[in-house]
Write a protein that binds this ligand. Structure first.
Ligand code: URA
Length: 178
């Protein structure tokens, strides 16, 4: 899908059955927002609510993400795009398997090429390791600017993790300031 435009890419994702995830979810969740966004936020994969509504980060973690955006004076859809590493909900909210990530990643890579954001924010370890192509701890990846397809990428905690671990919100705030 390396040369597809938005419409073809969306159709391609909608029709995808490359891995087993599609059979277990209601719909694909492509991504949402400004297709010329300055900032691209990347999560792991749709949860139950996202699968229901067809939009990323619309559940509890999404509310926190919206509040994080508000804190840096941004709003979903305005100069911001929100997407995920995998477009289909993994059953039971499990982390997607390496093979599932490998098969789905070209869609995200094409989204990145089409958006050409000024900065990518990887939310959590799954997004960070998928986009950087190497495995490392989240702690070791935070606080520095990485490179993803020639675009600066920073890593921060996944909002679902922050809901479970509120004290780390202060560190996420540091990351957003970066
Ligand atoms: N968690 C994610 O990683 N992505 C979503 O879209 C929702 C929750």
């Amino acid at each position: 899908c390396a040369s597809l435009g938005w419409a073809e890419l969306k159709a391609c994702v909608r029709a995808c059955a490359a891995c087993a995830l599609r059979a277990g979810c209601k719909q694909t969740v492509f991504g949402v927002g400004d297709e010329q966004a300055d900032l691209l936020f990347v999560g792991e994969g749709p949860g139950a609510e996202e699968d229901e509504r067809g939009e990323p980060f619309v559940g509890q973690a999404g509310q926190l993400l919206d509040n994080m955006l508000l804190a840096i004076k941004l709003k979903r859809g305005r100069a911001v795009y929100i997407g995920n590493v995998v477009k289909c909900r993994p059953p039971g909210n499990l982390t997607p398997l390496p093979e599932e990530i490998k098969l789905c990643l070209p869609y995200l890579q094409r989204q990145i090429q089409l958006i050409r954001p000024r900065v990518i924010v990887a939310l959590g370890k799954t997004a960070a390791t998928a986009l950087l192509g190497r495995d490392a701890t989240l702690a070791s990846l935070r606080g520095t600017v990485h490179d993803c397809q020639g675009i600066p990428l920073i890593v921060t905690y996944h909002p679902a993790y922050l809901l479970r671990t509120p004290p780390d919100k202060a560190k996420a705030w540091q990351d957003l300031r970066l």
